[in-house]
Design a protein around this ligand. Sequence first.
Ligand SMILES: [Zn+2]
Length: 77
Amino acid sequence: MSLAEIRLVLHRDEEGRTELIEQKLRWIRSQRAQLADAESFLEHVIGCRHDLLSRCPDCTRYASTYPPNKQARPPCG
Ligand SMILES: [Zn+2]
């Protein structure tokens, strides 16, 4: 977070504070979900026995969701 964002978040009476906090929380949760997906995929490929990604339903499922249709950058306040 930028210093301006931290200042905004820390002052209860600042306009847009709640919206910024909610936006940041959505981004954090989105990033957490993407990391969990990537972790699951990497854990899977260690033991995946398929010679082609397209022959493995689990690999195919992960590949079909990449790149995630989610915000890649943190929101700016
Ligand atoms: Zn696989």
